[in-house]
Each structure stands twice: as C-alpha cells, then as structure tokens.
Design a binder for this molecule. Structure first.
Ligand code: COA
Length: 278
C-alpha cells in the first residue's frame, strides 16, 4: 500500500528537494535524474509534505519548480505498474485505487493551491504526469528542447491528475482532446503557441530565465501577489474541483483494467500494445 502516514523524508530517499534562498525563493527540485525524474506514489507523498512546508514559510514569496538532469519528468514510473495498490477482487482494487487517487489529488491540491506563485522551468521530456505537474504551476518557462505529451491513453489509462483539464483551461477543449486522446508529442514552440508555455529560451538560459521571473514576483508585495493568484484561480479553476472528482473515478476504472496491464507491459518491453476495451 501507499505510505499515507509517514511525515518524514528519509535521507537518500528524496524525490524532491526544497531549498529556501535569501531572495524569497523556495526552490523545489525533482532530484532523480538517472530515472528522468519518473514519478511515484512516494514522490506524491513528498510533494504534499513539502507543499505544506512552503505554505506556512513566510520567507518564501515565490516558488521555482525545477528538475535535475536532461528531462523535467518522464511521467509515472512505468517499471512499478500498480505495485502500490492491491485488493482481493476487481471491485476492491477499483475502490482502493479510487481512494489512492483521491489521496494523491489532495497532495496535488496542496501544491497547485499554494498561496505563493509557482514558476516551472521545463527542459527535455515533460511527459504524462510530468506535463501535469508543470501545468499545476502558475507560469511555465521552457527550454527549446522540451518535448511535451500526455501519453496515458497509449498506456491504457485516463489522464489522472488534471493535466487534460488544465490544457482545456489554457488552450481550449479541442487541443486538450487532441493531445490527450492521441498522446501526441508537441515541441516547445507549439506549446508556447497554444498558451501552455509563457516563455521559451535556449537550454543554457533556462535556469536564469525561470529564476529571474520567480525573483520578479518575489520582489512584489506578498499579500498583493497572493491575492491576485487566488482571484485568477477562482475564475480560471472554477470548475476544476468537480472535474477532478470525475477524473479520480476515471483513473480508478482504467488503472484496474486489463488494458492498463497490457499498456504498461508493452511500455516496459517497448512493444505495441493490443487494447480490447476491457
Ligand atoms: N518510468 C521509469 N523509468 C523511466 C521512465 C519512466 N516513465 N522514463 C525513463 N525511465 C528510465 C529508463 O528506464 C532509463 O533507466 P536505465 O538507465 O536504468 O535503463 C533512464 O530513465 C533513461 O531513459 P531512456 O529510456 O534510456 O532514455 P531515452 O532518452 O532513450 O528515452 C523516453 C526517453 C522518455 C522517451 C523513454 O524513457 C520513455 O519512453 N519513457 C517512458 C515514458 C512514459 O510512457 N511515461 C509514462 C507517461 S504516463
């Protein structure tokens, strides 16, 4: 099962690292570059803990979300298919997945609804959950080598953390459907044209460009900045909570399907999946 109780991040087991700078920036770094920062239930647990710390740390006026290595995040760890959640029947597995996803959504909400604005710096692969995480940030700046996609349907599962909803919000429902239903990859220039990225720079300039934008926000009045973020989110995310509720059920249904097992196995062995709708 998922560890939903622990409140510590053991040394050497960090999936994310938080540093607080002198300049009012909280720097949140995905730090598993040898696995292209592939995401797990443990990553979600740590994100929730760190979001809770950031929320009440008044030294942090803006957050910079960044990732070590050549990729921002290559999505869910496909080498651990459903390993965290079990059940004695199909119904119980679906129920357990549903609760697991709801628990994950609560951690994601702690991050996505932080009072402090979040600027994401995206390089290389930004796939699946990686794209969804970047979309939880308030502003996205990417290197021109970024490759973005929601390949979940190719693996037999629904998009499970609201990435498709946030694309519908920012780029329109047609683009959300095109990207999530095909799993097609887009480059940084296309994502910028769609309004999913606010700035695209050369890879060597990414760190400085993202930091400069976060610092520009951090230099402004915190109460004003946080009020503006809240107001825009109240408008732009008005339908988000009820849609995410539906997403949790869709995720539970598809994660426990035979097509998901087939999709993950095909992904792990780099073969084409055979889906049957079961
Ligand atoms: N889960 C687990 N491990 C992953 C991973 C993932 N999603 N993505 C990459 N890795 C690991 C690889 O297994 C490899 O580890 P190894 O060196 O121990 O073998 C390492 O990260 C580097 O990846 P590699 O595949 O060698 O790099 P690449 O540049 O050839 O390809 C990708 C990069 C992203 C195209 C490819 O890794 C990939 O297709 N990953 C899966 C993407 C995916 O389907 N994500 C799920 C979305 S829902």
């Amino acid at each position: 099962m998922i560890d939903t109780i622990a409140t510590e991040i053991p040394e050497g087991q960090e999936r994310l690292r938080l540093e607080v700078g002198e300049d009012g920036l909280g720097i949140l770094t995905l730090c598993r570059p040898d696995k292209l920062n592939a995401w797990s239930w443990e990553s979600t647990r740590q994100l929730g803990l760190l979001a809770d710390r950031i929320r009440f740390d008044d030294r942090i006026r803006a957050v910079l979300l960044r990732a070590e290595g050549r990729a921002f995040c290559a999505g869910i760890d496909v080498t651990a298919p459903g390993g965290a959640i079990t059940g004695r029947s199909a119904a119980q597995r679906t129920r357990n997945y549903h609760e697991g996803i709801r628990w994950a959504h609560e951690r994601f909400a702690a991050f996505a609804r932080l009072p402090q604005p979040v600027v994401a710096a995206v390089q290389g692969y930004c796939l699946g959950f990686g794209f969804e995480l970047a979309l939880m940030a308030d502003i996205r700046i990417a290197a021109d080598d970024a490759v973005l996609a929601l390949p979940e349907a190719r693996l037999g599962v629904a998009v499970d953390a609201g990435g498709d909803l946030r694309i519908a919000r920012d780029a329109g429902a047609g683009w959300a459907k095109l990207l999530a239903l095909t799993g097609r990859r887009i480059d940084a220039a296309t994502a910028e044209r769609l309004g999913l990225l606010q700035e695209v720079v050369a890879p060597a300039e990414l760190a400085e460009a993202a930091r400069a934008t976060a610092a520009e926000i951090a230099a402004n009045a915190p109460l004003a900045v946080q009020s503006v973020k809240r107001s825009i989110d109240a408008y732009a995310d008005a339908a988000m909570a009820s849609a995410l509720d539906r997403t949790a059920l869709a995720a539970a249904l598809t994660l426990t399907s035979e097509d998901a097992q087939e999709g993950y196995a095909a992904g792990a062995y780099r073969r084409t999946p055979r889906f049957e709708g079961i």
